[in-house]
Design a protein around this ligand. Structure first.
Ligand code: FES
Length: 108
């Protein structure tokens, strides 16, 4: 398996306000960047419980969590770990960088 990373451009940084999300597709997987109170987090857009569209859920900018719209598990955006059931396994997280005013996600 290769350890090479790919930087995927997502959108101009000015287009993602605090509390917003941007979902993209890469190699058949859905990924999201979420702006939580000015900090950017990259997360898999697929709940570890039952494949729910995680990044479409409610974002709590104080707690830095997203709530799965399907069964309500809360996930910590910083770690990808669920804070509440029914999910108990983490989702993938990805490094986010701003390069020349463009938000980029780093994936392997
Ligand atoms: S699919 Fe996300 S909590 Fe069930």
């Amino acid at each position: 398996m290769s350890n090479e990373t790919t930087k995927i451009p997502v959108c101009p940084v000015s287009e993602l306000e605090p509390g917003d999300r941007r979902i993209i597709e890469h190699d058949g997987e859905f990924l999201a960047v979420i702006n939580c109170d000015g900090e950017l987090f990259g997360i898999e857009d697929r709940c570890s419980h039952d494949d729910g569209p995680l990044a479409e859920g409610d974002i709590d900018q104080t707690e830095c969590t997203v709530e799965c719209p399907r069964h309500g598990s809360l996930f910590d955006l910083r770690t990808g770990k669920p804070k509440t059931l029914p999910a108990y396994q983490p989702v993938k997280t990805f490094p986010v960088e701003v390069i020349d005013d463009t938000i980029t996600l780093e994936v392997q």
